[in-house]
Design a protein around this ligand. Structure first.
Ligand SMILES: [Zn+2]
Length: 192
């Protein structure tokens, strides 16, 4: 049974003033204080040494790979890897794993919840065990015809937005979630 019900994306975000990243950290610290497990989508190319040190302090957060650089176009329903050929995708995954080598990376959180068969094959080759997606994963992909290899697909419910760090409502929500589902949280953005 899947025990992790919360997914937080976009650590760190690329904003210059770190405004959203600081809010992410506030949420993370609340979950840590309440001893609630969560999966944290880390964007390898954006992390600093300081960020890595911070991630090492987490006790209840599993580190997942949230793409490599997340891509730049937030309005297109695709993912950074969708537009790449097989070799480029593999290089992105290898570089991401290398940056996150201090962590046991089993989860892949595709930016925009979008992925393709090439990515699934490479993730399986590099021993990922879980891939998350949202309802858009079904909408835009030929989902039923995809071979997930040994990867387990975990559905993330539509994003739940909060900007004030109040997690009481969140705790009620996750209690009611079916098995094998989780909720994605974006603290202060309307993109995934
Ligand atoms: Zn994202």
């Amino acid at each position: 049974m899947l025990e992790i019900k919360i997914r937080i994306d976009d650590f760190p975000q690329g904003e210059p003033d770190k405004r959203y990243t600081k809010q992410n950290i506030k949420m993370i610290e609340l979950l840590e204080a309440k001893q609630i497990s969560y999966i944290l989508g880390v964007v390898p190319e954006l992390v600093s040494y300081y960020d890595i040190d911070f991630l090492k302090t987490l006790k209840y957060g599993l580190i997942g790979m949230h793409g490599f650089n997340h891509g730049l176009d937030i309005w297109r329903p695709t993912s950074e890897f969708d537009l790449m050929d097989c070799k480029k995708i593999e290089i992105g995954v290898i570089r991401g794993l290398n940056i996150l080598k201090d962590f046991n990376i089993e989860w892949f959180i595709p930016p925009f919840n979008m992925f393709n068969q090439i990515l699934l094959n490479i993730l399986a080759e590099y021993k990922f065990k879980f891939i998350t997606g949202g309802v858009e994963s079904y909408t835009y992909m030929n989902y039923n015809n995809m071979d997930f290899n040994n990867l387990k697909f975990v559905l993330s419910k539509p994003p739940f937005y909060t900007s004030n760090g109040n997690i009481n409502g969140i705790l009620n929500l996750i209690d009611k979630l079916p098995e094998n589902e989780m909720i994605t949280f974006h603290l202060c953005g309307n993109y995934i």
